[in-house]
Design a protein around this ligand. Sequence first.
Ligand code: DLL
Length: 430
Amino acid sequence: MYWDERHETIRPAELEALQLRRLRETIERIQNVPFYRDLLAREGVRPDDIRTLDDLHRLPFTRKQNLREGYPFGFFAVPRKEVVRIHTTSGTTGKPTVVGYTRGDLDRWADLIARAMTMIGLSADDVFQNSVNYGMFTGGLGFHYGAERIGMTTIPAGTGNTRRQIEMIEDFGVTALHCTPSYAMHLAEVAEEMGAGLESLTTGMFGAEPWSDATRRALQDRLGITAFDSYGLSELFGPGVAFECPEQNGLHIWHDSYIVEIIDPATGESCGPGERGELVVTPLIKEAMPLLRYRTGDITMLLEDDCPCGRTQRIARFSGRVDDMLIIRGINVFPSQIEHILMALPEVGDQFMVYVDRNEHHLDEMTIHVEVKRQYFSGELTDLARIQQKIVRALRDTLELRTAVQLVEPGSLPRFEGKARRVVDRRSTV
Ligand code: DLL
């Protein structure tokens, strides 16, 4: 079951030639981005210097922080007029990371998702419910257009109103579901409460956050499905970068479109097959926003043995991040963003602590304890309530996430002598 058999099963020699050609085109295009033009000039690298794929290692890495310098459109390699869509994802401070797509980008992105869905046996015979956020998050429209491309009957359900979601699955005979694994656990629970059997469902596609094999087993049992892992990030279009095949044993990377490296995050040196490290990706088919050696922050390893499905390059399921990014209900949150928001508020004191829990309904909750300045703490209770609401609002406006905020007395939170450990993640991965 191939959508694009030639590219999915391409053999090493042909792949290398294709990657090299696309890499050189990318480097040509990237000259339009001032950040890269300066960087390549500084490093003394000219497009003609890229003769083999090994020459990629002469190019510098790109990090999420670099993208901040170009906010909002400084990383676009085409005139703004040619950018037909924008998405955003969390930045490391107040402003989000902006990503742009040309018409061609959207076309290629939909094709990559169509490949993934075809790989696990989905087709125009299926009814697909897309239960993720349709806003700036790439999971909504990304999957939507991929599903329509293969002709599935597509239901843009979005998130929330779980009972209604379950009714739709039953009433419309939904066969394939896409959402975050934690929302899938919640759906399973509500379906059980409602006595809904969800008989039509056969396939689940879950991603946007880490999930364990134990969660996979629970979801397969409770929803009566086969559950597949889906990986991607907004900077590389969104979902559709890597996806599990029916073997459910690692994720296939679409290597004609992405060059993959695994590096030791401390030294930047390459890791061998079977050695875990940070995934670094050079996208080869992005027009609006090409990137070089993008540090994803995600930890995985290359798997070496051949996959019986006939596709080649595979990576292991993700085992964590190299940084402190949290994923709360599918939304990425950097502790540095929280700090940035809190420290801009005059009432906030010196310290804060972030607690992350998974409640009995399998939903993530973030509680932030915030010290307020002494003069406010000893003031009127109504003042404290106003400050609390102001903080909740400021966090919601930037993070797009509801948080619980508790104000505490100055001096009551832990102080740190070394690196502050302000985040306590109490979720179990099961
Ligand atoms: O989460 C894109 C996506 C949407 C992927 C729907 C899969 C399904 P961002 O919001 O930019 O994009 O977040 C990207 O989420 O760097 C990982 O840390 C994490 N992540 C995504 N998929 C997985 C996964 C979307 N399958 C960040 N396993 C990435 C573990 C994942 N972590």
